[in-house]
Design a protein around this ligand. Structure first.
Ligand code: KIV
Ligand code: ZN
Length: 515
């Protein structure tokens, strides 16, 4: 059921914890799986496929714990064999997703059996699940490469045996919107049970195929957050939900405003960064740099965004990025947001310097913009740096807790702070944050390390964003052969600008109050 207790027209079946976890290199701990399941529950997902219980004790425990702790229907995966089905039943999961290969290729080369055996196992597995009183979802695996006549035969056998759902998997992502729609229409004409769709992204068509399946009458879509999954992944949760809502007018009763935070959780727990141009959730999904676009968006975001989808709808934010293509409007807006009001000639000079920095192939960070603005406007003397790094010493190793001690001047006063962390960078960043005390409370909201050159003497480039309690953000970059030093220098640069902006905002507010 949906978040409001009403079953929506199309339900969302999330397989982040099962097919998503089959992404090469990913293995979630039981604790992480429970955390993700709770987030999926908050999103209002209808079915959570929590894992493949027969696979391992950990997998079994995760499905059992999730089944006990969420409101969504919890599903466990099983082959058409009794011990797999029994394992799911023992977890307490309400739904069993049972699958078997139906394409001749997989029947011969993966299962080494015959169509008759597949039909027999389909019937007995479904009866087993229904006799146990659970919801059954049946998947004829490799449906898109299955002989269409045999696909109808197994689906009819599954319906007769009592399955509640038939899921049609495009296992190797070879479907197209028109072939998927035809497959769904044919199966729908042959059986009465509702149809679900499961698309892989080998040709980048998983989302388009899922939407085509819904247009052809599918009532459930299997998706994963950030599109993680086998090979090129599965249909992305965020794209399917937003595509259905904004392009097809279908409300799946998902709490869309939680999508961005859920995506960030998956990014953090998988360690797989979301590519910046990823639709809906990527850093650039609602970012604008070029002058024409930024000016248009400032007047009305619909000019250069879809309009039917806004960043607020998914809990993301719009950004005007400064750089080589930037125009006056976005620079002015960015500076005004922090209380800097350059004159027309100052603004011209700031934009000229920003474009020149961007033109040298360098990303222009907000710390760079504010530094340029302050130097052009001569608003604050450079000596007024809140934080000046003097010395940093780190100890790390396989048998010691990474520790960093930092000596720095904070508003001119020398301070020393030592902190431990999960690694030397973490320890150093904690020491600098600690040094600044609890006020202003700062958080590092983005952190990336790239190697600029190859080899063990590579120069590391650290890019990070610091955010204060008021949501003011400042990003900065630093490069050094030593990753720890690059990280601390970037942090110091961002923190300095944030503190100065805070100071400026307070002064502007005070000046306005006394006027
Ligand atoms: O892609 C696939 O065929 C699957 C099945 C287990 C449904 O993930
Ligand atoms: Zn799959």
């Amino acid at each position: 059921m949906g978040v409001d207790g009403i079953t929506p027209e199309v339900q969302i079946f999330d397989t982040t914890l099962r097919d998503g976890e089959q992404t090469p290199g990913i293995a979630f701990s039981v604790q992480d799986k429970v955390k993700i399941a709770q987030k999926l529950d908050e999103l209002g997902v209808h079915v959570i496929e929590a894992g493949f219980p027969v696979n391992s004790q950990e997998e079994f425990d995760a499905v059992r714990q999730i089944a006990e702790s969420v409101n969504a229907t919890v599903c466990g995966l099983a082959r058409v064999v009794p011990q797999d089905i029994e394992a799911v039943l023992r977890t307490g999961a309400e739904m069993v997703h049972v699958f078997v290969s139906t394409s001749d290729l997989q029947i011969a080369k993966s299962m080494h059996t015959t169509r008759e055996v597949v039909l027999g196992k389909t019937r007995s597995a479904i009866r087993h699940i229904k006799d146990a009183g659970r919801i059954c979802m049946y998947s004829p695996m490799d449906a898109t490469r299955t002989d269409p006549a045999f696909l109808i035969e197994v689906c009819q056998a599954a319906e007769e045996a009592g399955t509640d759902w038939i899921n049609l998997p495009d296992t190797v992502g070879v479907g197209t919107p028109s072939t998927i729609a035809t497959m769904v229409e044919r199966v729908r004409a042959a059986v009465k049970v509702p149809i679900s769709i499961h698309c892989h992204n080998d040709f980048g068509l998983a989302v388009a195929n899922s939407l085509a399946a819904v247009s052809a009458g599918a009532r459930m879509v299997q998706v994963s957050l950030n599109g993680i999954g086998e090979r090129a992944g599965n249909a992305a949760f965020e794209e399917v939900v937003m595509g259905l809502r904004c392009l097809h007018g279908i409300d799946c009763a998902i709490r869309m405003e939680k999508i961005y935070e859920a995506s960030r959780l998956i990014e953090r727990l998988t360690g797989i960064p979301v590519t910046p141009n990823k639709p809906v959730i990527g850093a650039n999904a609602f970012s604008h740099e070029s002058g024409i676009h930024a000016a248009g968006v400032l007047e009305d975001p619909k000019t250069f965004e879809p309009g039917v989808m806004t960043p607020e709808m998914v809990g993301h934010r719009r950004r005007l990025v400064v750089g080589k293509h930037t125009g006056k409007h976005s620079v002015k807006k960015e500076l005004e947001a922090v209380g800097l009001c350059p004159s027309d000639s100052e603004l011209d000079e700031i934009v000229r310097r920003v474009k020149s920095l961007g033109g040298k192939g360098r990303a222009v960070m907000s710390a760079d913009l504010f530094a340029i603005a302050e130097s052009v406007m001569q608003s604050l003397p450079a000596s007024e740096r809140a934080l000046a790094l003097e010395q940093i010493v780190v100890t790390t190793g396989n048998k010691v807790t990474p520790t960093a001690s930092v000596v720095a001047r904070v508003h001119g006063e020398v301070r020393t702070e030592a902190q431990t962390g999960v690694g030397p960078v973490d320890a150093a960043l904690r020491a600098v944050q600690r040094m600044l005390g609890v006020s202003p409370k700062l958080e590092i909201s983005e952190f990336h390390i790239d190697a600029i050159t190859g080899g063990s003497d590579a120069v590391a480039k650290v890019t990070l964003t610091v955010e204060d309690e008021a949501g003011r953000r400042c990003s900065a970059q630093a490069a050094h052969e030593d990753t720890v030093i690059a990280s601390v220098e970037a942090l110091v640069s961002a923190v300095n600008h944030l503190i100065r902006l805070n100071h400026r905002a307070t002064t502007v507010t005070e000046a306005q109050a006394t006027r």
